[in-house]
Design a protein around this ligand. Structure first.
Ligand code: GTP
Ligand code: MG
Ligand code: NA
Length: 457
């Protein structure tokens, strides 16, 4: 039998932190991509996934340590949003991962979603490394692209070194106030009790080799058991997307096990469980973001951990954020169908039972949950009577029009990151149903509020 050390799957690493601390930019820096600049409003609103093969990590870290032993096949990194509305996506991301990077902006220190992320990680006992990002913003910083951090620090002026030390000390104190011991990673003698801080720049790459090496070494050293490959499939649907030439596809994170072309699978759907079989297993090229459109590699089978695009029949009503189940020869299909529908229940339970409220519509269960969460906050407080996932169709307008008789201002659809069909738009105008669309969650509130204020006048 294989020694478990020789049979490790890729660790899943989630990148978390306050909005605009540079999470996506750090991944862009490692990938050599430009995902961040293509994002609406410069903010991340979906969970992303990128696979980094061990060869690439070795290449990137050779200046730091040429003979590093990499026992894992690679690293699967999950990008999460930092904006306050996306607590659920941070929660989902953190629930998928083995280890995490908590990004802190050196100029800002700990911020509300830093603390929220920290608490999510502590709740699950997830190990994490702090990336103290944007060191290049220290006044007078001398750039040396992609250099190991110790080497870079030595080249900085006394003023830069002093400002760095002062900010570092403040941030270590802030962590202490949260009950956490932290220390610069190369001074940390008690990894496990004291969390490591790696200074980084996502713009010029200093410290990025250190971050990568520490992540891989730390996870393969302390998580052998957790990372030992198991045959039991554990898989989560991240997104449901129509892709030209492939029809409706689902993006999934395979946490454990193996998927094969032709496997019978069950996923949660808007109209009940979807039973289908895998037509194609696709991945982006290594070092490319799964959530960004590109060319795909075809696979007969894929082993965890990996971010995968699956094509199959009947996925149109699949719901993102739910589990994917494989039906094995010994399994009872009914049991699996029931298990697949569990996730949907929790969202349904959040809708106002009085039946008075706006209709909300979003592209994924994740973004729908985020929108529901946002609408529930005291400052916003908009009741919801109906939900839907996917484009706004005529039937959605009909549903919203029920409110015209009860409470006119609620005859409204708040559509987040989805299209409105021309027929739906036409019907809405005819009936007097308002449709607000936005690709940034809080813009929906601004529009709705302006509309309500206008009605009151
Ligand atoms: P959300 O996903 O929206 O939470 O943000 P994020 O944490 O992914 O941050 P993002 O990558 O979008 O970066 C936010 C802004 O900070 C962008 O304008 C980046 O160019 C800038 N930025 C990120 N990292 C660095 C860095 O190391 N140095 C400097 N100078 N700017 C950075
Ligand atoms: Mg981002
Ligand atoms: Na951002």
């Amino acid at each position: 039998t294989e020694k478990s050390e020789d049979n490790l799957r890729s660790p899943i690493c989630c990148i978390m932190g306050h909005v605009d601390t540079g999470k996506t930019k750090l991944l862009d820096c490692i990938r050599g991509t430009n995902v961040q600049e293509g994002e609406a409003g410069g903010i991340t609103q979906q969970i992303g996934a990128t696979y980094f093969p061990a060869e690439n990590i070795r290449e990137r870290t050779k200046e730091l340590k040429a003979d590093a032993k990499l026992k894992v096949p690679g690293l699967l990194v999950i990008d999460t949003p930092g904006h306050e509305s996306f607590t659920n996506l941070r929660s989902r991301g953190s629930s998928l991962c083995d280890i995490a990077i908590l990004v802190v902006d050196i100029m800002h220190g700990l911020e509300p979603q830093t603390i929220e992320s920290l608490n999510l990680l502590r709740m699950r006992n997830t190990e994490f490394i702090v990336a103290l990002n944007k060191v290049d913003r220290l006044y007078g910083w001398k750039t040396s692209r992609n250099a190991p951090i110790m080497k870079t620090m030595k080249q900085q002026s006394k003023d830069v070194q002093n400002e760095f030390s002062m900010r570092l000390t403040q941030i270590i104190t802030q962590f202490k106030e949260q009950g956490l011991n932290t220390e610069l990673y190369y001074k940390n003698r008690e990894m496990g009790e004291t969390y490591s801080i790696v200074p980084t720049s996502a713009i010029s790459g200093e410290g990025v080799p250190d971050l990568l090496l520490l992540l891989v070494q730390w996870s393969q050293k302390t998580m052998v058991e957790k990372l030992t490959y198991s045959n039991e499939v554990q898989c989560t649907v991240l997104e449901v997307k129509v892709v030209e030439g492939h029809g409706t596809t689902i993006d999934v994170v395979l946490v454990n096990g193996v998927l094969h072309e032709g496997d019978q699978i069950v996923v949660c759907g808007m109209q009940g469980p979807i039973v289908t079989s895998i037509r194609a297993l696709l991945t982006p090229h290594p070092m490319k973001e799964l959530r960004v459109k590109g060319t795909y590699l075809h696979h007969k089978q894929i082993k965890a951990a990996q971010g995968i695009k699956i094509t199959a029949q009947g996925l149109e009503h699949a719901i993102a954020g739910t589990g994917l189940y494989v039906v094995g020869p010994q399994d009872d299909l009914d049991d699996i169908m029931e298990a697949a529908m569990e996730d949907m229940k929790s969202v349904m339970n959040r809708i106002d039972k009085s039946g008075e409220g706006v209709c909300v519509q979003a592209s994924t269960l994740g973004s729908l949950e985020a929108l529901l969460e946002f609408l529930k906050t005291p400052e916003v407080n908009i009741p919801v009577s109906g939900i839907s996932i996917g484009p706004v169709h005529k039937k959605d307008v009909m549903k919203a029009s029920v409110m015209l008789e009860k409470k006119k201002e609620f005859a409204t659809i708040l559509a987040f990151d989805v299209k409105v069909t021309p027929e739906a738009r036409e019907l809405a105008d005819e009936l007097g149903v308002k449709i607000f669309i936005a690709d940034i969650i809080y813009h929906l509130f601004d529009q709705f509020k302006a509309y309500i204020d206008n009605l009151k006048e």
